[in-house]
Design a protein around this ligand. Sequence first.
Ligand code: DGI
Ligand code: FE
Ligand code: FE
Length: 197
Amino acid sequence: MEREEMLIYIKKKLTPKRYVHSIGVEYTAATMAFVHGEDVQRARIAGLLHDCAKCIPVEEKLKKAEKFGLPVSDCERQNPDLLHGKLGAYYAANKCGVSDEEILSAITFHTTGKPEMTLLEKIIFVADYIEPNRRMIRELPEIRKEAYTDLDRCVLHILRNTLEYLDEKDTVIDDLTQKTYDYYMRHFQAGEDMKHA
Ligand code: DGI
Ligand code: FE
Ligand code: FE
């Protein structure tokens, strides 16, 4: 699909707010690609499509994931909204003709992140959080700056905020979110130690 067709496709599937958010993630991902040396077109496609399954009703998300043969963890069963990344990648591949595995992976893991993310995965994970239409989140100005100056610190900062937020809300925390945090915590600490050695 060309971009124009993708826009029509997501407009049909999303609420107006979510559509505007998707375009915000598209251009934020593009600017981050400029700075960090990622391919700009891939960043735009991943950004544009990352939430294409977000507005499917919760129970439908679970049914569709099962129908498409996608693996569903216990945590996702309890909170099927978490499936919108995996489902989104499925639609990107099967409805929009995206075959680039890294774009599909960036869409799949945009909510939880994962240990050892590629540059594109990090860009989508971060762009989703910082795009201009996001309501003000704690420490957002600082996080936005880090997105362009220290990407790993930025990823860790977002994970820390998300885990704190989920803790306050008292909901299930996906194993992968926790594992990603632990990984970047260790990774970041190792980097800091190197700097000061
Ligand atoms: O889809 P978006 O709203 O653009 O952003 P997103 O895909 O990052 O989803 C954000 C929501 O997901 C937010 O309410 C926090 C929640 N979330 C992130 N990690 C986890 C999580 N929710 C649960 N229950 N467990 C997690 O590990
Ligand atoms: Fe999302
Ligand atoms: Fe999003």
